[in-house]
Design a protein around this ligand. Structure first.
Ligand SMILES: NC(=O)C1=CN([C@@H]2O[C@H](COP(=O)(O)OP(=O)(O)OC[C@H]3O[C@@H](n4cnc5c(N)ncnc54)[C@H](OP(=O)(O)O)[C@@H]3O)[C@@H](O)[C@H]2O)C=CC1
Ligand SMILES: O=C(O)C1=N[C@H](C(=O)O)C[C@H](O)C1
Length: 248
């Protein structure tokens, strides 16, 4: 995503690249960025001091360091990293007392709209409609289910008025894997170069309703992240969402 965002930035009016960072010792550190005399650095705090907004697409293990760097440099932060747990959301909530932070599992307009459709559909259909979420991503993806699938699960659970943790079935396998009433099931497929497909299936006796989104390339995520960065620049401390950015 770092490379895709760099490529998209050049084509975005109003956005100016302040730099890029990798972990210390990474082979890319020192590489020229092709914009002025910028190179990839290994000091995210220093980067935050020279930028209005940091954009983080890394891994959960890097989150606290990136939050600390943004606070140190008084920069706003857009977080696209997935695989986050409750402890990571607590870290983000704490940081949001000092800086503006937007965390989202999916920066695309389509998925942001889809969440609202899923909540509304789950709210209106009765409990006799089973809900299953299927996602497919490229062979390099490390976390499963995808962050987006989990957010869509939350959206469905919200519509039903239930707690996702209490009803989610994450990967069925074996001789005793029959669907339980009220479950929200997840299935994760991995292969090739798929940018990101998500489908929510509402199934009852005799019919199925399917809502879905297909990302045709990673550029949509990069464009969404840059749009979020431009929007959050200069905002008061607090936690913001893609819905805020898109005015939904
Ligand atoms: N919100 C959204 O719309 C989207 C979110 N994502 C999410 O963004 C994240 C990144 O995805 P992607 O770009 O495909 O992944 P990549 O593995 O290609 O890139 C991750 C980068 O983060 C670096 N990194 C990993 N761990 C650390 C660490 N502890 N400290 C510093 N740097 C670290 C990696 O370095 P190294 O090369 O050494 O591993 C690498 O440069 C994932 O969580 C993915 O799910 C992806 C697309 C869209
Ligand atoms: O890792 C990816 O590629 C993607 N990750 C995000 C997720 O986990 O939902 C968003 C998108 O689907 C691509």
């Amino acid at each position: 995503m770092g490379e895709t965002i760099l490529a998209e930035l050049g084509a975005t009016e109003g956005a100016v690249l302040g730099g890029a960072a990798e972990a210390a010792g990474h082979p890319a550190v020192g590489r020229e960025l092709g914009a002025g005399d910028l190179t990839i650095c290994a000091n995210t705090s220093a980067l935050a001091h020279q930028c209005d907004v940091l954009v983080d697409f890394t891994a959960p293990a890097a989150l606290q360091a990136n939050l600390d760097a943004a606070i140190d440099g008084k920069a706003a932060l857009v977080i696209g990293t997935t695989g986050l747990g409750g402890e990571h959301h607590d870290m983000i909530d704490r940081a949001a007392r000092d800086i503006a932070v937007l965390q989202t599992a999916n920066t695309s307009l389509g998925v942001t709209m889809l969440k609202a459709l899923v909540t509304e559909t789950a709210r209106r259909l009765g409990d006799d409609w089973d809900i299953e979420i299927v996602e497919m991503h490229h062979r390099h993806k490390v976390d499963a289910p995808s962050g987006t699938a989990l957010v869509l699960g939350e959206a469905a659970a919200d519509g039903r008025g239930v707690d996702l943790a209490a009803v989610s079935a994450r990967g069925r396998d074996g001789a005793d894997a029959k669907r339980k009433a009220g479950e929200i099931g997840f299935a994760a497929l991995r292969g090739g170069s798929v940018a990101g497909d998500h489908h929510i299936v509402f199934a009852t006796d005799g019919e199925r309703l399917e809502l879905g989104h297909r990302a045709e390339s990673r550029e949509i995520f990069a464009r969404g992240a840059i749009r979020a960065a431009l929007w959050i620049s200069g905002k008061e401390p607090g936690r913001y969402t893609m819905e805020d950015v898109l005015g939904l």
